[in-house]
Design a protein around this ligand. Structure first.
Ligand SMILES: [Ca+2]
Length: 110
């Protein structure tokens, strides 16, 4: 539904990933941030493999996240990695509460 989703799918379908050695491939595939517009992964969901200065149609709608792999992510209340930010620890998932809920506009791998 968005450019973000198309870019993420391209990242994982590209032959370049298949050419990487296993360790590098694990790094690529392990750095995904999943976000959804509803609590507990409900609503629209997307997986992001890199930072976005503007999360497009998900902007100010994200209510849940999941971080796979070993890298954390920063979620910002403003575009271009500005405003208040939250550190999302690797291997965790949860609903966003308080000021974070429906307030994220950009995301960046740690
Ligand atoms: Ca929401």
């Amino acid at each position: 539904m968005s450019n973000i989703k198309n870019q993420t799918q391209d990242l994982y379908s590209t032959e370049l990933v298949q050419d990487l050695d296993q360790e590098a491939a694990a790094t690529v595939s392990g750095g995904t941030l999943y976000i959804s517009t509803g609590y507990n992964g409900s609503g629209n969901e997307i997986g992001l493999g890199k930072g976005y200065t503007d999360i497009g149609s998900y902007k100010n709608k994200v209510s849940w996240y999941k971080v796979t792999g070993y890298k954390g992510w920063y979620a910002y209340t403003g575009k271009n990695y500005t405003g208040q930010y939250y550190y999302l620890k690797p291997g965790t998932q949860g609903n966003l509460g308080g000021n974070a809920n429906n307030n994220i506009e950009s995301v960046l791998p740690a």
